[in-house]
Structure formats: C-alpha cells, structure tokens
Design a protein around this ligand. Structure first.
Ligand code: NDP
Length: 475
C-alpha cells in the first residue's frame, strides 16, 4: 500500500502527529534522520494504525502516493532548510512539502517562492496544542496555495481538534500566512499567561490568598467567561504540592520565565507593521525582566512599599481582579487580531479573522470560550474596526472598567507590578480619549527638528518659526 502522507522528523511533535494520522486510518510513511526514533515509534505504537517505516529519504518518497504529501516536523531554522534541500530534489511538480515547525513566516515566504519555481507546493503550517494536541487534536493553520489545501485540508481537518463538530483547521492564506498567524497566536499566548500571572500575584501578595485557595478561585473562574485551557492549567499548577518541601510547587520554581522566540518575533513584526501590541510587548518584556538576575539583584533594596497582604481585601477584590483580567484579555486579543489584519493587508493574504477565531476555539494553547465571542464579533454584518467596539465587548468592558481601574490603582499602591493590566488599561483609555497629548509631541518635534504639524482647523502642514519671531508658516 502507498502511504497517503509521510512525516519526517519524529521527535515529540512529529511522532504524535504521525500517530494521530494513523489512528484516523491514514497510511503514514515515517522517517527520521536518526533511525532510532523511527524504530521506536513503530515498535511502541505500530498497533495504532498503518505505518511504513523508512530508513532513507528515497525509500520514504517512494512509499508515498502521488501527488506526494510530506510533513516536515524538525527543529525550526537551519535544520528545516537542510531537510527541504534533502527532500525537494526527490519530489515532482505538484507534490506538497509541509513545514509544521515553528518557522518564521519570512523564512516560509522565502522557501515557498523558491519551491514554487520548482513546481512544488510548499505549505507553512502553524501547529498548536503541544505534545498532547498533536496526538489528540491540534489546531492547524496551513498557509500555501489553495490547490495544496484541497489535497491536504481533508487530512488535516480529520486529525484536528473539533469544536461543535467544526474542525480547528482552515486554509489561512497564501505563502507565510499560516506561520504568521501561528506567531501571533503565540504572542497572544504570552500576553494571556502574563495577565493570569499578574492576577495570581495580586491575589497572593495583595490579598494573601494561599495557592491552594487560589487554585479553587481559578477553577471557579474557569466556569465563567474566562473559561480556557490556560486558566484550567493555572489551577492545576497552583494546586501542585512539591514532594521534597511539602509546600506549594509554585513557591520552589525559579521565577525566571524563559522564551523560545515566537513572542519576540510577534513584537518585532508588530513594530515593523506599526501595530500597537502593547499587551504582547509587555508580556515579552516581563519575561525578560524576570530573567535579568543582575538588574533585579542590583535593584532589590530600592525604596517602595513591600507588599504586605491586606487581609481586608475579600471576595470583592477577587471579583475586581477577575474583571480586570477579562478586560485586559480583551485588549490583548484585540491587539493580536489587529496585527493579523495588518499583516494580511501588507502581504495580501486576505486572512479571515472570524475563521481564525473559529479554529482557535479548540486544540491550541489559547483555546477558550472567549474565542467564540470573537468569532461572533467578526460575524456581525459590519465587522468591527477593533474588537473593542464589538457590542459584546463594549458591554464587557463597561462592566469591568471600574474594577479594572481599582485593581491597577491598588497594585500601584501596594507596589505589585502589573505591566499587563496597566498597559491594557492605558491602551483602552488612549483609544477612548477625545484628545491625546500627541499634539504636544508634534509641537516638540516641530520645535527641535522642524518636522511640521497638522492643524485641527485647516488642511496642510505647518511650522512655527521657533527660533525666529514664532509666527506660523505653511510648510
Ligand atoms: P525538536 O524541535 O526538538 O526537533 C527535533 C527533531 O528535529 C528530531 O527529529 C531531529 O532529528 C530533527 N532534526 C534536527 N536537526 C536536523 C537536521 N539538520 N536534519 C534532519 N533532522 C533534524 O522537535 P519537536 O517535536 O519538539 O518540534 C518539532 C517542530 O515543531 C519544531 O519546529 C517546533 O518548534 C515545532 N513545534 C513544537 C511544539 C512543542 O510543543 N514541542 C508545538 C508546536 C510546534 P534527530 O532525531 O535525528 O536528531
């Protein structure tokens, strides 16, 4: 039998996707640079479906039905280029080479263009859900040509997570679109995690609630509008007791957050596109701050309030924090979706944000009930310019904003850093503002650099003769 699809790169992600495909009745050719992983997969899981174990790339390519579908699941960066160079010469026009790794979308654009010249469909596919998602149903975001999706879509939709029977997989758009949205997905994930961490910090340091009690709080939040995978696992982590100390595990984990780079990419690209993703940026910077042992050590004794739990902060404060978290989350997601719209416009991808929200409802790390609200917002007859003005979020922000302000003020008073909550509120107030102090900035720019300014009452560009008689001239 010829295999319907082949997977090369059988570390956790590749092996689990191959198993997922086999479990769904597809014949899967499997290959890995070092044979041991291939052998292990077939030995341990060969009974889950039909695998064709291949030792060499030639054998692997020969095992596939045509047009061939090859899924690459190797380390992003140079290894992916190496594997493409190894396989592309063995393929024929019309074959499909899918990169399911965490590639930078600009690499994907470059690879797609090069392989298109050779008649090969190169598909950059974002895959989210981690190890477990890959096995049980990930969220899949394939870019590439429409033709390639016609051949790959049914397979991917088959193995993707399902929400209300709808697969968490859709064609995102040409070339790098899939990896772009996966990148922003991860940026949003950073922001969401940061906000949850701030909520925890406020309730722990501010209100003095113990981790076990906080686990119950998060469990309860997980039954309402915040219901999501990240809230669910937060409760699990907080409830975990450390075997060696007998105390909460969270208390013995070093407080330095690491990162693999997709959050940083999101912010770098957002800066290039001119999209204010302050929530994601603060989340990336907060991880960076946590990792700067030198700065933290040097600054530890600086004056300020030492957070002392205020035991008078009761259930009202817990509810305030919940609302502040929800409001800040709306902002972070709205900013992420703005970036997707900007990227889509810049590269001509025509990404459908509602369809994207739909496939993020399940399978991926940011899966949440909330994504269904975003889907609904984009399904309105006039889609909102920003998600903040979708009726459902206008209402939510209206309900939350008093709590949000109280929480940010309280955090400042207690000396608890809440960069995510405060930047979200600042963004909200900036967009709402009738006038911004940007007018003064334009005045300053004109003063030192004759950069000119526009007026509210007349068309044109103007300059004040600051070092002369200070009269205004048209520029
Ligand atoms: P790794 O990123 O750890 O990559 C290991 C695999 O890459 C092995 O199969 C290894 O082969 C192969 N490899 C490395 N260098 C080369 C090379 N030069 N030539 C051929 N093969 C090479 O594996 P993961 O399963 O964690 O991730 C796979 C991809 O999926 C990555 O791009 C990752 O970013 C992405 N991803 C990972 C997620 C996760 O939760 N882990 C979630 C979503 C995406 P060998 O066995 O011979 O060393």
């Amino acid at each position: 039998t010829q295999a319907q699809i082949g997977v090369t790169g059988l570390a956790v992600m590749g092996a689990n996707l191959a198993r997922n495909l086999a479990r769904h009745g597809h014949v899967v050719a499997v290959h890995n640079r070092s044979l041991s992983r291939t052998t292990k997969l077939v030995e341990e899981h060969g009974d889950e479906g039909t695998f064709v174990a291949c030792e060499t790339p030639e054998e692997f390519v020969a095992a596939l039905e045509r047009p061939r579908r090859v899924l690459i699941m190797v380390k992003a960066g140079a290894p992916t280029d190496a594997v493409i160079e190894e396989f592309a010469p063995l393929l024929e026009p019309g074959d499909m080479l899918v990169d399911g790794g965490n590639a930078h979308f600009l690499d994907t654009r470059r690879r797609e263009a090069a392989l298109r010249e050779r008649g090969i469909h190169f598909v950059g596919a974002g895959v989210s859900g981690g190890e477990e998602g890959a096995l049980l149903g990930p969220s899949i975001m394939p870019g590439g040509s429409k033709e390639s999706y016609a051949a790959l879509g049914p397979l991917f939709e088959d193995i993707a997570a399902k929400v209300d029977g709808v697969p968490c997989c859709t064609h995102i758009g040409p070339d790098g679109a899939g990896h772009f949205v996966k990148m922003v997905h991860n940026g949003i994930e950073y922001a969401d995690m940061q906000l949850i961490a701030e909520a925890y910090d406020l309730l722990r340091q501010g209100a003095g609630l113990e981790p076990s009690r906080l686990a119950d709080v998060f469990d309860e939040w997980n039954r309402g509008e915040l219901s999501s995978y990240l809230i669910e696992i937060t409760a699990e982590v907080l409830r975990q007791v450390d075997a060696s100390t007998g105390g909460p595990l969270v208390d013995v984990i070093a407080d330095r957050a690491e990162q693999k780079g997709t959050g940083r990419w999101t912010v770098q690209i957002a800066l290039d596109l001119g999209v204010p993703v302050s929530g994601i940026a603060e989340a990336v910077f907060a991880r960076s701050v946590s990792g700067h042992a030198d700065l933290r050590e040097a600054a530890r004794g600086l004056p300020g309030p030492t957070p002392v739990p205020d035991r008078t902060l009761g259930d009202d404060f817990v509810e305030d924090v919940r609302r502040a978290l929800y409001a800040s989350k709306i902002i972070a997601y709205a900013q992420g979706f703005d970036q997707i719209r900007a990227g889509s416009a810049e590269y001509g991808w025509d990404v459908d944000p509602g369809a994207l929200a739909t496939i993020w409802r399940g399978g991926c790390i940011i899966r949440a009930v909330f994504l269904d609200r975003i889907r609904e917002a984009y399904e309105e007859s006039t889609p909102p310019v920003t998600l903040l003005t979708a009726p459902i979020f206008v209402e939510a922000l209206g309900l939350a904003q008093d709590s949000w302000r109280r929480v940010v003020a309280k955090a400042a008073e207690l000396g608890i850093p809440v960069p995510g909550f405060s930047t979200a509120l600042a963004y909200y107030d900036s967009l709402r503002a009738e006038r911004l102090p940007a007018a003064l900035i334009q005045g300053q720019r004109d003063f030192f650099g004759a950069h000119t300014y526009q007026r509210t009452d007349r068309e044109g560009a103007f300059h004040t003769l600051w070092s002369g008689d200070r009269s205004e001239v048209g520029a």
